[in-house]
Each structure stands twice: as structure tokens, then as C-alpha cells.
Design a protein around this ligand. Sequence first.
Ligand code: NAP
Length: 502
Amino acid sequence: MPHVVTQACCGDASCVFACPVNCIHPTPEEPDFGTAEMLYIDPSTCVDCGACVTACPVGAIVPGHRITAGQERFAQVNAAHYDVDQFATDVRFPVDMTKRLPLAPVVTPAPLRAGPQDVAIVGSGPAAMYAADELLRLPKVTVTMYERLSAPFGLARYGVAPDHTATRTVMRLFDDIARHPRLRILVNSEIGRDLTLDELRAQHDAVFWAGGAPTDRPLRIPGVDAAGFSSATSVVGWYNGHPDFADRVFDLSSRRAVIIGNGNVALDVARILTSDPDELASTTIAPAALESLRHSKIREVVLVARRGPLQAAFTLPELIGLAAKSTVDLVVDPADLAGIDADPAEVTDREKLALLREIAARPHDEASGRPVIRFAFGLAPVEVLADAASHRVSGVRFERTTVAADGSASPTGETVDIDAGLVLSAIGYHGVAVPGLPFDEARGVIPNDAGRVMDGDSPVPGMYVTGWIKRGPTGFIGTNKTDSVQTVASWRADVEAAALAR
Ligand code: NAP
């Protein structure tokens, strides 16, 4: 049986280049690479060699015969991407191999046409590590990485849910990169506190800013100052032992929590809040968080989206993973799916909708005692409600929306209150300005042209960006590889142009 890409797919495309028959798509050169929720193996051309398994940094690829219970759907999803029936002996819609190269092109970098280069990278998360890896392929380059915290790897360490053990293994790859003799990682080094940006720029030939998006997109509605309201990302930091969040206390004493937004962060937090603490005990979860979760009274988490199921921000692999858990009941109101007639053209959306329909049809037994994750759609938050005396959250007021064919939501004027003792906003991360550099406040990014920091129409000499501070808080760990490769290519072109001009 052919190999199958499963939930942990990080999208760094290492598998694409390892595959001897170019059966893993989209490749970084293909137009849908930037928007794909995962990569897919074409079952009709996979030769079952296993080269991709070795290359994958997160153990996301499994031989078809080793698929575990709950992963079956991934075989279907891989096949569906190519319009191939995985169960048929012949291919239903033969894939036009003439449009594919026999091998994904692996480009070995030509020697740098310039003198030795000393590059600083600020941050040590995935984008920083992939940038270092790409830079260090050039023998004349040395890299110094500056990390504010006492441990490297940023969101790979502090952002990935502890029960996503496969995804967390990407840190092994980063450990390998970190051992490179021409890379120094200086931990507990904060630019702006220990060294100014000007000093840093004076000490190195170039600076790559890879500081990520360390804050939350603000939810601008009344009531967010009430006790018991917080951001989902601070819960993520808390359960992962991030030093800035490890001491936070979350009130888990009520029966229901509401999470505003339904991206993968919302899904992660909902899953952890409803997991059996004994299951979590074998993960990397922070001990203090585990202890609090052991006393948690939360039995239901409601994930509330302002738009409809077709616009859901969570990804299909994450929904498949969650739906396969037998320890939590998922609830989708069939009424939320009723108005959707035509099946979406895009395979991922089609599969997502099919799975939501399946979940909506599942019988839900309130008496089972299992915790519940409830998906609510078409509700835009208007106010966080609080008890007048204690100023503690008591719920959220939403306004029902209608969603147009183009995916935009319009308020209807009808309000709906959902009671909750814990309210979390999971509406996305946001970048912060770096003193001395231009900043696009609305998008939370440093303006750039393919990674070159831009001040209006002019590049800021020797300053580059990569990762979330470059493109905004989207994509997966591996998305940062192609992003960083692009920034390194821009840097290289500048360095060689300057050397030529001398
Ligand atoms: P996200 O995917 O951008 O989702 C944000 C959610 O907030 C959306 O549902 C969005 O709805 C909603 N939202 C935004 N502004 C809102 C407002 N003012 N009021 C109500 N709702 C609002 O953000 P995220 O969950 O933080 O994830 C960030 C990135 O990290 C994503 O690319 C995600 O896939 C990735 N990530 C991946 C994993 C994983 O693979 N396991 C885990 C965590 C994060 P609209 O669509 O209507 O704007």
C-alpha cells in the first residue's frame, strides 16, 4: 500500500525532495503550496520506498499498512487530492504525469560570490532555524542567533500542544541544525535590552529579524477587562511552561468555557481543556498546568466562529485528529450545515464539510459523562458579560450573522448569550514593532520585499525578516522553511550585487 501523509504534516517539504518519483505535492514551486493545509502522496505513483519517512522531521508519513485507528481518513484525503480512488485497483482519473517532473529539483547552492559573511538572527524559532540552516549551506557564512529566553526554538517548544508529540519532534531537526560548528546560539540575549539594534547591526554584516508574532490580535469589544477573560495563546504558553505564562492562573472552576475564534489554536486549547489529565501526564505538559487541569471542572468548551463551517479556520488534519479521539464528544448543530447545498470545489473544504456532517449526525449522549467540544457558527462577539458584583466573566453576548456566498458575514441584530466561567479569545497572533524599524501596525508585520526590510520604497541596508514578522501569523512550522529560503535568496542577491559593485 502507498505511503500516507497524516496529521502532523509540517509542510516543510523535506519529503518532496527525498521522493524518487515526485509523488508528493504540492511542491514549493507549485501555486497551491502556500495555501495547502498539508502535503499529499499520490497513491497511484508512490513506489512505497519509504524515503519520505526518513526525510520527514515530524514522523507524519506512514506506510499505508501501518495506519492506526483514526488515521484511515488520511489515506482517503491523500487520494482525494489526486482524484484517485484509494480502494480501486485501477486509477479512476489517471494523473497526467507529463505535467510533472520526474524528480523535484534539489538546488545545491553555488558558492557565494562575495567574501565571508557574519549574519545575526534575532529569535530562534522555526523561521530562525530554517534561515540558519539555509545560510549555513554556504561555507563562508557564520551565524550568531540571539534568543531572549533561556531555551531555543520558540513556538516549536512553546506553541505546539504537548499532546502533539509527533509535531514536537521537529525540535530534533532544530537540535541538529543548532550543532552546526558555524552557528552560535546566545540564549538570554534580548535585543533592545542587552544590545541595541544599532549595536547589533554594527557588529554583523546583516541582521535577520525572526522575532515572530509574540502578542495577540486584540479583541475590541466591551468587557474584555473582566476577570476570567484571557487569550488562548496565554493558555498555550501556560501549558507549555513558557516563562512569560507559566505562573498564570486560569479559573477552571466552571462547567463551560467559551473560545472566540475557531483556528487551530482554539482547537488545541479546547482539546487540552477536555483531555484526561492522566493522558496528558505522559506528555511534555508543564507540571503546574497539569496539576490545575486535574482539578478542572470544565466539561464543555464551545468554539465560536463569526462565519460559517465553510470558512472555519481550523485545518482538516486537525479536525480529523480531534474527531478520532474517543474521550471527547464533538457536537455540531445540523442546522449550521443545513443551508450548504453545493459541495465545495476545493478538496480540503469538501472533506472538512463531509467530516462536520458526520460529526453532526453522531448521536450525542449527555449522560455519557464525556467532556464536550461544541462547534458554533455564525456568531460574532459583541460583549464579554460579567457579574456586576465580582466583575468576573459570566458569558459572552454574540450577534447572529448571515454569511454571504463570498464568505463575508453580516450582523442580523439578533443576539445570543452563552454562559461561561472562562472566556478565551483565539483570534490570532500579532507581531510587535521593533524600535528603529518600520512597522505595519494593522498587519503586525515589518514591511518587506521578499524578506528585505523596506522603509517606504527603500530597502533598509543589511536588514531582513523571516517568519511571522515577515508574512503575518499564518501557516505551519514547515511553512517557515520556504519563507526563510526566500529571505536568504534576497540577502544573497544583495551581498553578491554589493561585492560586484566594489
Ligand atoms: P487563525 O487560524 O488565524 O484563526 C483565527 C480565528 O479567529 C478565525 O476563526 C477568525 O475568524 C477569528 N477571528 C479573527 N478576528 C476575529 C474577531 N474580531 N472576532 C471574532 N473572531 C475573529 O489563528 P490561530 O488559531 O491563532 O492560528 C495561527 C496560525 O497558526 C494558523 O496558520 C494555524 O493553522 C497555525 N497553527 C497550527 C497548529 C497546528 O497545525 N496544529 C496549531 C496552532 C496554530 P474569521 O476567519 O472570520 O476572521
